[in-house]
Write a protein that binds this ligand. Structure first.
Ligand code: SF4
Length: 369
């Protein structure tokens, strides 16, 4: 590969085709860091709105270091992988306490922050500080596995190391950040999972194209199997209010709020599971009176089917929940639901109750009683 020609062709293409994203307009270490953490596992188009709201609320490290976790989680709601929020807040505290509220221009120091891996450290170092550091994410792995015709699965260290070395050798001293972003952009817009090789500015350098093996690059390792989970969730309405609880530290989605419920055990119907879960979780006897909807969603390798019911207390049962599996909880109004952060499946249930006319009637009638 002719490195100079490759780099100039790639950067010319990026100058003409790179998307005008808000964090690219006047890159700062803080903005690049937040955008890169948000972009993990998320399409860039979705990140733009979240980024704008985040920057409006927390424009700098000082404001972020003072943030309440609950508020930050609410802003993040829908992006998933909520441990990223806690790591961002911890990092902000460290940066304010130990670095005077500024990012150190040192890849190793950036890499030592909670939740910051080699890729994010490389992105901040190269884009915000102009340091010649590689930033190798899934897009870059895919592009370079094709350019180099890398036959080893990219999940293996040997392949990743070869790709990182190739990137490091190609990074130009004068535009390291643009180079890294150009490769990512090429992976997003042209060398995507289904590549458009006819539109590729560096096709003359592509070994996989030359060798006719583009369709089989990158070589992927065996992915772990999807795990299917059936859950039952109950919207317990009492005295015009709905019961919610906050998940514990160490649980999946710690710190987020939810309606009580849980996994359906073998031999149980969703209603039976829900009655059992309410007793175990909040020590309340309930009747699932109406099936509201079924919501499916995925996180990591789990595919969840959530059966959602409107519930009432059993006649004579006291409305005094004991939160055995939550840090706190209580009955809240429908309007208050918007101020809590919920996992995606529960937020979709709330949206369903707000938008679906039949569900709204059921809930409203129930609240009125
Ligand atoms: Fe990717 Fe095709 Fe370009 Fe090769 S020629 S880098 S496979 S888009």
């Amino acid at each position: 590969m002719n490195g100079n020609l490759f780099t100039s062709q790639l950067l010319d293409w990026y100058d003409a085709n790179g998307r005008d994203l808000p964090w690219r307009q006047a890159p700062t270490p803080y903005g690049i860091w937040i955008s890169e953490i948000m972009a993990q596992q998320t399409q860039i188009d979705r990140v733009v709105g979240y980024y704008a709201r985040w920057m409006e609320r927390y424009p700098d490290l000082e404001s972020l270091a003072r943030a309440r976790e609950e508020d930050a989680l609410r802003l993040w709601e829908g992006l998933g992988y909520y441990s990223r929020v806690r790591n961002i807040l911890k990092s902000a505290e460290i940066l304010v306490a130990e670095h005077g509220g500024v990012f150190p221009p040192d890849p190793a120091a950036i890499r030592s922050l909670p939740g910051v891996g080699a890729y994010t450290a490389g992105a901040v170092a190269s884009i915000a500080f102009g340091l010649p550091e590689p930033a190798v994410d899934a897009n870059v792995l895919r592009v370079f596995a094709r350019l180099l015709d890398e036959a080893t699965p990219v999940a293996r260290a040997a392949a990743r190391n070869r790709i990182e070395l190739a990137v490091r050798r190609l990074i130009p001293e004068d535009r390291p950040g643009d180079f890294n972003q150009a490769v990512m952009e090429l992976g997003a817009l042209v060398c995507a999972k289904r590549p458009s090789c006819g539109d590729c500015p560096v096709q003359s350098h592509c070994a996989a194209l030359t060798n006719g093996v583009v369709a089989s690059r990158p070589v992927l390792g065996k992915s772990s199997d999807t795990v299917r989970i059936e859950m039952a969730t109950g919207v317990l309405v009492h005295d015009g209010r709905l019961l919610v609880q906050k998940r514990r530290p160490g649980d999946v989605w710690p710190g987020l709020w939810e309606f009580p419920g849980g996994g359906i055990e073998p031999g149980e119907t969703p209603r039976q599971a829900l009655v059992r879960e309410f007793v175990e979780e909040v020590e309340l006897d309930v009747i699932p009176v109406e099936k509201l909807t079924v919501i499916t969603y995925s996180y990591t390798r789990y595919r969840v089917t959530m059966h959602c019911y409107l519930c009432r207390l059993q006649g004579g049962a006291a409305p005094d929940p004991v939160f055995n599996e939550a840090v706190e909880g209580g009955f809240v109004t429908r309007d208050q639901l918007s101020s809590f952060a919920f996992p995606a499946g529960h937020r979709r249930l709330i949206e369903f109750m707000e938008k679906d006319p039949a569900a709204s009637v059921i809930i409203l009638n129930s609240l009125d009683r």
